[in-house]
Design a protein around this ligand. Structure first.
Ligand code: NAD
Length: 253
């Protein structure tokens, strides 16, 4: 299936994990993909695995608005249009609010929340021309809270409501804005968690489908939300969590 032939797609955080799988998925479906992130070598490595050479690698830190604007400009200069903005870059944080530093708060918010706002703000003028769309990578951590992750939960909760707000404000301009809300997914971000079998068992117990996610499980849904098949979906924060959020939180008996 080639749903994105001649479409131009920016993916932030494309150097690994969900972003890399997303870049691959769009490329397989014919898109011109702009891979963005902080480390050129990581991005080049992913780019080398794409099935075509219709791609651009661009170093940009999403916490810096000027760099994100430069990223969007570079994509439009090269390909003449922008159809899909995937605001995916993110970092995790752990610890109770009194135990982690104020700097750590600002860092998480500046990447995980400001970064999504920066991507949306820079992309929207171009997406209004193409009737394009935005897909953000939020998290189940934006739909409810985790223990010991207040900074991350706050940032992702912000992404969830930013997604809804932007969907309301830009729907009449023909732009759809949605997010995916993954549960635990095997990526660089979660390497340590995937080494902890006891913890993994706890996750498997809570997830209706009985397993954690692979990056492709999330990337495929990002591509769906960006596709014509999702033309009447906007403002949705879609759990991609194997049924985790179907539970009210009480343990299985
Ligand atoms: P990952 O670490 O493999 O990917 C994140 C990417 O973002 C990395 O390549 C990193 O270099 C990049 N990045 C970090 N800070 C950046 C910045 N300031 N500017 C540009 N790029 C930056 O992890 P992942 O799991 O693929 O994470 C992708 C998204 O998925 C994140 O937003 C994360 O919060 C979200 N998410 C992940 C999980 C999970 O369990 N892995 C669950 C829910 C949501």
């Amino acid at each position: 299936m080639k749903r994105f032939e001649n479409r131009v797609v920016i993916v932030t955080g494309a150097g690994s994990g969900i972003g890399a799988a997303t870049a691959r998925r769009f490329a397989v479906e014919g898109a011109r993909v702009v891979l963005a992130g902080r480390t050129r070598e990581k991005l080049e490595k992913v780019a080398a695995t794409l099935p075509n050479d219709k791609h651009l690698v661009r170093v940009a830190d999403v916490s810096d608005y000027d760099q994100v604007e430069g990223l969007v400009r570079a994509a439009v200069d090269k390909y003449g249009r922008l159809d899909v903005m995937v605001n995916n870059a993110g970092v995790a944080s752990e610890g109770r609010a009194t135990e982690d530093s104020v700097d750590a708060w600002h860092k998480v918010i500046s990447i995980d929340l400001d970064g999504v706002f920066h991507g949306a703000r820079a992309a929207l003028p171009h997406l209004m021309k193409t009737k394009g769309c935005i897909v953000n990578t939020a998290s189940v951590s934006g739909l409810g809270a985790d223990w010991n992750m207040a900074f991350y939960n706050t940032a992702k909760g912000g992404v969830v409501n930013l997604t809804r707000s932007l969907a309301l404000d830009y729907g009449r301009d023909g732009v759809r804005i949605n997010s995916v809300c993954p549960t635990l997914t095997r990526t660089d971000l979660t390497v340590d968690m995937f080494k902890d079998e006891k913890l993994l068992d706890k996750f498997r117990e809570r997830i209706a489908l009985g397993r954690t996610a692979e990056p492709e499980d999330i990337a495929d849904v990002i591509a769906f939300l960006a596709s014509e098949d999702a033309r009447f979906i906007t403002g949705v924060n879609l759990p991609v969590d194997g049924g985790l959020s179907a539970s009210n939180g009480q343990p299985p008996q």
